[in-house]
Write a protein that binds this ligand. Structure first.
Ligand SMILES: [Zn+2]
Length: 337
């Protein structure tokens, strides 16, 4: 197509669509204070509300060039079906990362037993929803839950996504309870393999990163959310030194822009390494698309085009268009095909 650059669509490997409602909350406090506000919003999510609000968020994602999304969902089974229906209405490729939640949080989030959780996963799969399993975190799931979910994922060859090492307090609590760091506990309980994606890994130790590399697991980084929540910097230098594969997610959806996530990722890498061009542009685009699809177990998703006549790209040399897209544009230059 003249004047347009066609690319594989971007894949949002980690989203909590309902958290879009919190994008204007800038009051102080830390991650934990934000989490209290987030749980208040989570409490009010009826299936009808999810169905309605998620269509709008998924339309925003699609308009921003995300043609597939992995929804990390912990609002209940009826709401899971509602999210799937919302994605179908919006026209975005959808994988439900159905969350196991044993303890903490609020009542609505938790399943009574891990068997009850796995029955929910079975029902969703039976009804044709594309599903991955998602023990929420080592905070929310004790070892016996992690073992059961890890075994189920291995048996059925499903993606397994889990938050880990986002916050220092989470690591301290895990060490106090288990004598292990979060990613070490995931390895011990059979949750770390080639279909595993660890979300964040912001404060992962060298030993934990070695484990991820060893088990060929991925990391999903969510730079705009990690910045918003004051999580810290993803250790992209230590991750890349080990050859660990990366993908990106819009997570809390404070921003919905795949180019911004990739630019932030490379910006962190440059700040850490004090040089330019750390991650090659083609590799950044692959992290934003193919790698996210692999993390979700997807083999097909829509393409996007970038408008080369858009003021953000007009006049750029053809061989610099892909770099200008990542470093000089917002998602408004992208259109799903
Ligand atoms: Zn998350």
């Amino acid at each position: 197509m003249a004047g347009r650059l066609t690319l594989p669509g971007f894949v949002n490997a980690h989203s909590h669509a309902f958290q879009r409602a919190l994008r204007g909350r800038v009051d102080g406090g830390d991650f934990w204070a934000w989490r209290d506000a987030m749980l208040d919003v989570a409490r009010g999510q009826s299936p009808e509300r999810v169905r309605k609000d998620y269509v709008a968020v998924y339309r925003e994602m699609l308009a921003a060039g995300f043609t597939a999304v992995g929804e990390f969902h912990y609002l209940g089974l009826d709401q899971a079906y509602a999210a799937s229906e919302a994605a179908a209405e919006a026209g975005i490729r959808f994988v439900l990362l159905h969350v196991a939640y044993a303890r903490g949080g609020i009542d609505e989030l938790r399943q009574p037993t891990v068997d009850a959780y796995l029955q929910e996963v079975g029902a969703l799969r039976h009804d044709g929803v594309a599903v991955g399993v998602a023990p929420h975190s080592v905070r929310a799931c004790p070892p016996d839950w992690l073992e059961a979910v890890g075994a189920y994922a291995a048996e059925h060859e499903l993606p397994l996504h889990v938050h880990a090492c986002e916050q220092l307090r989470e690591i301290d609590e895990c060490l106090a309870e288990h004598g292990l760091r979060p990613i070490e506990l995931l390895a011990r309980t059979g949750c770390l393999g080639p279909r595993t994606t660890v979300i964040h890994a912001t404060h992962a130790s060298d030993a934990e990163l070695d484990l991820l590399a060893d088990r060929r697991a991925r990391i999903c980084v969510c730079p705009t959310t990690e910045a918003s929540l004051g999580d810290g910097f993803v250790p992209v230098d230590r991750i890349r030194a080990r050859g660990i594969r990366l993908c990106v997610g819009s997570d809390s959806n404070v921003r919905i822009d795949p180019l911004e996530e990739l630019r932030e990722l490379e910006g962190i890498a440059r700040r850490l390494e004090l040089r330019r061009g750390v991650i090659d542009v083609d590799e950044l685009l692959r992290i934003g698309s193919v790698e996210g699809a692999a993390a979700l177990g997807l083999d097909a998703w829509g393409d996007v085009t970038a408008d080369l006549e858009h003021p953000s790209l007009a006049g750029v040399e053809p061989d610099e268009a892909r770099a200008a897209l990542v470093f000089g544009c917002g998602a408004e230059v992208l259109t799903p095909v």
